[in-house]
Ligand binder design. Sequence first.
Ligand code: ASP
Length: 309
Amino acid sequence: MPTYSIVIHGGAVTMDPSKMTPDLEAVIREGLQQALQAGWEVLNGGGSALNAVEATVRTLENNEHFNAGRGSSLNIQGEVEMDASIMDGRTLRAGAVNSVRYVRNPITLARTVMEKCKHVYISAEGAVEFALQHGLEMEAVHYFETEKARKEWLEIIQQEEKEPQGHDTVGAVALDQDGNLAVATSTGGIEGQLKGRVGDSPIIGGGSYAVNEACAVSCTGDGEVIMRGALAHEVYALVKYKGLSAPEACREALKLRDEDLKGDKGFIAIDKDGHVAIESNTNIMRCAYRIGEAEPFVAVWHEELDKQA
Ligand code: ASP
């Protein structure tokens, strides 16, 4: 049986390096460490991969320095709209929500949909109503909106073209002591996105995919590109049908039709044999992993991954 392990991300993005100030970098590293620890403790205590990925993503959603839950970016109308998905590699059950407001932890809502709803995917007001019916923790809108997100939104709406700007997501994949795989992905989407825009993160096979017989994958980056490439499923298919390991499959998926699927792409994955993978074509890849009781690894810059390889 391979060693239990967890890999997490806080978003892959191509960004002006000067915007990553030392203070920001420090809080991101700390946030990644805390979230990794939350998931790792579940696995170390013999808990399920599903509980581990949910615990990790909840921690990141509660941290305002990541674009998910509190700290989500604002759409063009200055509102938070959050997307999330979760998948259990053991049963292939999945739950997803998009354009959700007021729900403190969209990933827990996705899990509740997976476990308590006859549907896999619900959106917007319907998803919020479902959250209320199931007693999920709710917050007023200002809880989610940070000063940073409001500043970024103002910059966008003051431009003539009102082009969407940065994007980020959080995600986790885990392999537990029983050999089960799971994935969770959650996001506030793209700064200045149109109201109602849905990215890849809630799409099963787009931003998340997990099957015990192959691997668990969470994507981050340009959602329009990732969903057109069905990239989480692409990584799975490369593992399942081409016999690649998770790192090989992520490298191959990154190159997939790079001509017509140009854009930021990042992956984290774990395969059934316990190989962990982190890949991106961006200079920033906020990520962390821990295999069994080995020392944890945390990175913010892609070059840290290159050095470690
Ligand atoms: N993929 C996310 C989206 O398009 C954003 C990101 O991962 O940075 O909503």
